[in-house]
Design a protein around this ligand. Sequence first.
Ligand code: NAD
Length: 454
Amino acid sequence: MKRLEQVFHNQGEFFKTGKTLDLDFRKAQLKKLENILKASENLLYEAIYKDFRKSEFETYTTELSFIYNEIKFYIKNLKKLSKPQKVKTNLSNFPGSSYIYKDPYGKSLVIGAWNYPYQLSLLPVVCAIASGNVCILKPSEMAENTSEIMAKLINENFPENYLYVSEGGVEVTSELLELNFDKIFFTGSPKIGKIVYEATAKNLTPVTLELGGKSPVIVSDNSNLDVAAKRIVWGKFLNAGQTCIAPDFVLVHRNVRSKFIDCLTKYLDQFDYQENASHYTSIINSKNFQRLEKLIDDEKVIYGNHKNPDTNFLSPTVLDNVSWDDDVMQEEIFGPILPILTYENFQQTIDDLKSKEKPLSAYLFSDEEDEKSYFLNHFSFGGGCINDVLMHIGNGNLPFGGVGNSGIGNYHGKFGFDAFVHQKAILKRKTWGEPNLKYPPYSDKKISFLKRFL
Ligand code: NAD
């Protein structure tokens, strides 16, 4: 047996012992993971800085705090979440009672992305543990130092027949996808998401796909432009635009375009994203740096476009007078380039967006109720905000996930727990009190009675 197949097999054997069904066991593993991460925070900061110069501040606020909060939530709510949920029983099953059992899937696989390497790898692992699964994690090879430190910390501290980190690229992922997992949780691009979906179809494996897309932000002429600009600049250039829910492009009402651009540049200057600023991340590698360079049409640059290919530094770059046909509008940008397009008719612009792939997020800055209502009720996207960007991800009471091309399923909080369990429907019958109606021989009297009650 190959190494990974062996780990997979051993995890299956461990799951069969029923040990992971014990809630105290699950809580102890969550606590252990938290302690390990907290004790090694310096190593985590060091690794992510080496990968793409991400600061301690952003690593804590956008990655580690999410993991700690999720662990805290599950430890506090595990009993409630895992308890069979009693639901109403219909008349034809009287006397009886009905329940939804939260049945852990068993052998789970988490495939992470590199852009928030700790959050996107470990948050699904936390959900898998809380829900009573065994798990193999495959972090992204593109952030090699963070992948290495996660493998070290987990593989040195957890038995591999329970939780194991398998490092590697396409070859390793392909090998893992050959195994018959009971649940796969993938974060990455829609292109690779399709490969994963196809591979999982072979075994009918339930799958969560957390993907991406071009997330629009609409700035209406009925909005607070200063607040809109401030929040968009922050959300777009956090992590140097390498955020799955970052505003990909701006659609601003033609009448306020110039005022909005003034506000944008004011905040870009104020936030001071210099090459050596500790709060500005670099592009993950030269391949992505070159991909981004090609998306910049020099004639449309109105701000930024300062580069250093040696350090993969690309400053916040704003493009004006962009049209739907420009290169930058043909793919998810996933970097610090902000194209600005204008619109005249609000409904028409939403209808235009509807003809594209459904995005992971969408944002609207407006104080006009009709606009908010049209945006919320006529446009399908994963999730988003009114008068803000990104911040919906921070509310664990909201499901996080895409729709259509941006993903299948969701997680965070209760939703993350549910992503790793099968909802087993159980009816418990009494052995008394049953009318003799469903049993043959059938009669006209029986059917007319049933027609009244069913
Ligand atoms: P990616 O799809 O290139 O890689 C994701 C994972 O898939 C990695 O672990 C990688 O090793 C693996 N992989 C790559 N090629 C593969 C192949 N041929 N077969 C099997 N596995 C393969 O994505 P990425 O570059 O790491 O991340 C960027 C994308 O992810 C963007 O589209 C972004 O929007 C999306 N994303 C989504 C979320 C979310 O939560 N929805 C979060 C972060 C990123």
